[in-house]
Ligand binder design. Structure first.
Ligand code: C5P
Length: 233
């Protein structure tokens, strides 16, 4: 299965995004999230496509099934490579959306959000009100099972949960893992973090990396350093 580093383009303007990408002499896999998409609209995705980048459109859709299915149909015009949903939206919302997406592009990777990597065990019980006897890992696995049953290609989770997901749901069920940090660096708001090399040993298919690359003094060098560690080169 393809393994790659996806760079999170968490910028607040097209100008900053393009300035960042101009430093690279290659077509990297990028993630467009809410910050950039809500500011610049669908046009930014078309522009990135034109430049040859693979795109993960990270809008974390979550609403009633009919709305999410129709939103999926609208987003499919953008010809992105990955889209995602909150698994908490339920089986009907997920399966109807996957069917809609695959009608337009059978190769699209549809992902489900399990538990955000910014959520700690304590937060999960206190503010998300998950029962005390369920660990983050149990909760993530239960979400992942719903995701697989609904036809998703895989999930977004912490690399720490990859071994149990692969064991229970199979090697082909894709795992995309944010919360990546180099040893000794600032974890920012992320709680469940791992290094690129650990993500590799744990079996992640894709790692999503934002600030360790975008805020680096030399983003291209950091990108290549992280990619080498992740691919074990
Ligand atoms: O800067 P950093 O490497 O923490 O960025 C991680 C990126 O991954 C952000 O764009 C964030 O929205 C995204 N993400 C995440 N946790 C998830 C899903 C997506 O951190 N569960």
């Amino acid at each position: 299965m393809a393994k790659d580093v996806i760079v999170a383009l968490d910028f607040d303007s097209k100008e900053k995004t393009m300035d960042f990408l101009d430093k690279f002499n290659e077509e990297i896999f990028v993630k467009v999230g809410m910050e950039l998409f809500y500011k610049e609209g669908p046009e930014i995705v078309r522009e990135l496509k034109k430049r040859g980048h693979k795109i993960f459109l990270d809008l974390k859709l979550h609403d009633i099934p009919n709305t999410v299915k129709n939103a999926t149909k609208s987003l499919m015009n953008l010809e992105t490579d990955m889209i995602n949903y909150h698994i908490a939206g339920g089986e009907e919302m997920l399966s109807e959306s996957v069917i809609e997406a695959k009608k337009i592009n059978e190769n699209i990777i549809t992902l489900g959000i399990t538990m955000l990597t910014s959520t700690s065990d304590e937060m999960m019980h206190e503010s998300i009100l998950i029962k005390d006897d369920l660990s983050v890992e149990d909760t993530v696995l239960s979400y992942a099972k719903t995701g697989k049953k609904s036809g998703l290609s895989g999930v977004v989770c912490s690399a720490l949960e990859v071994p149990v997901i692969k064991k229970e749901l199979g090697e082909d069920f894709i795992t995309v893992t944010p919360g990546i940090r180099l040893k000794g660096s600032n974890t920012n708001d992320q709680k469940r973090v791992v290094t690129p090399s650990d993500a590799r040993s744990l079996g992640s298919d894709y790692i999503v990396v934002g600030r360790p690359i975008t805020k680096s003094d030399n983003p291209v060098e950091s990108y290549h350093e992280i990619k080498k560690m992740f691919l074990g080169l």
